[in-house]
Design a protein around this ligand. Structure first.
Ligand code: NDP
Length: 346
């Protein structure tokens, strides 16, 4: 049987709670012509998935949507064989089909992975959509120059840790905003940011101002709320801001538009604001990004931390924790054996 999690029939509240999700099982599907059956290994847990659930994007009764890393069990797709590793969208399920006629967001194109580039879990992280998000927002949108000051919120998280390192590679002064002290230490000592302040501090605005004596030239926004309020008075003339995400607002009433309010406030100070949607960058930038980023990670110029939880049963609690800062690094759940894990030292 294929075990999976789906949204239960209860109304979806502001944040996930006990009973939001329900475990079900169905027979393992059989691949048709042009399809492959895959066994899920890693499920990627990302804040945007909560928006899908609150907006009712997912079909009722279907496995919760998620990007996954999986291994092919049976293939009727030319060029793909049993045993190959793939990026696909099985969601919160042990098995799934990929290929012709399998619904998925248009830009999440399933693909065969090359395990020699890095741990296969990185395909939903630094060598996948998260890395491309950081690259698009930092390199292409904020485009910081050497000597400029760049601020990144949720700096220790999946996207934030990569975004800040890309600004360091460009010779910027990089200041992070993170929660607990151990995350702040990771951001400065391991990621190499110049400073990191905490949004849990009652003096966040003053702390950030002290860490940015020359003002802020670029802001990579992952959070919103108090983080944005602290950055706003520090923007220099000609500053850029990329709105990647607004996780502090993901529990707001549907229809509220925190992004529009931030855009208006920043533009009133002369900041160039760009909304970021990673799907816009896949067709034109994915291959060049993958080439460049795999070079950086293998040379140790970009380091990457994951927070991997174990087992299908852990999915709802890991997801709820991640939305509240309980993850330390990119949040993943391993739901199936990763035979490549023992082959490499990570
Ligand atoms: P993270 O790994 O960064 O996890 C979320 C982190 O956000 C938490 O660990 C927590 O870190 C921080 N956080 C949560 N609530 C608050 C709060 N109220 N105030 C301050 N910090 C908070 O997630 P991702 O890297 O996957 O995603 C980061 C952002 O990027 C999200 O907003 C996401 O939606 C967005 N995104 C956007 C994409 C796009 O195409 N635009 C694509 C992919 C992601 P801490 O403990 O430090 O507070």
């Amino acid at each position: 049987m294929n075990r999976y999690w789906t949204l239960s029939d209860r109304p979806v509240g502001a944040w996930p709670e006990a009973g939001t999700f329900e475990r079900r099982e169905d027979p393992i599907p059989t691949p048709g012509v042009g399809q492959a059956l895959t066994r899920t290994i890693y499920v990627s847990l990302d804040p945007y998935q909560w928006g899908y659930k609150r907006r009712g994007v997912e079909p009722k009764g279907a496995p919760c949507h998620a990007r996954t890393v999986a291994q092919v069990v049976e293939s009727r797709i030319p060029g793909l064989s049993a045993g190959d590793f793939v990026f696909c969208t099985n969601g919160w399920a042990e098995y799934g089909l990929m290929g012709e006629g399998v619904p998925r967001p248009g830009y999440m194109v399933p693909r065969k992975l090359d395990p020699s580039l890095g741990p296969i879990s990185w395909a939903v992280g630094v060598l996948g959509m998260l890395g491309l998000t950081a690259y698009a927002g930092m390199v292409l949108q904020c485009a910081p120059k050497a000597g400029e000051t760049v601020v990144v919120s949720a700096a220790s998280g999946g996207v934030g840790q990569i975004a800040g390192q890309l600004a360091k590679l460009r010779g910027c002064r990089v200041v992070g905003i993170a929660g607990k002290p151990e995350k702040q230490r990771f951001v400065t000592e391991v990621l190499g940011y110049d400073a990191c302040v905490s949004h849990l501090s009652p003096t966040l605005a003053a702390d950030l101002a002290a860490a940015c004596p020359n003002g802020v030239d670029a802001y990579f926004e992952n959070v919103g709320g108090a983080c944005f309020e602290a950055v706003l008075p520090l923007f220099n003339p000609g500053a850029r801001m990329s709105i990647c995400g607004l996780i502090a607002h993901y529990g707001d009433a549907p229809g509220a538009d925190a992004g529009a309010a931030e855009r208006a406030a920043a533009e009133a100070r002369g900041v160039t604001v760009t909304n970021l949607f990673v799907g816009d960058y896949v067709a034109d930038h994915h291959d060049a990004f993958l080439n460049e980023m795999s070079g950086w990670v293998s040379a140790g110029k970009v380091v990457y931390r994951e927070d991997i939880r174990e087992g299908l049963e852990a999915l709802p609690s890991a997801f709820a924790e991640m939305l509240k800062g309980g993850n330390f690094g990119k949040m993943l759940v391993r739901v199936g054996d990763d035979s490549t894990r023992d082959l490499r030292v990570v």
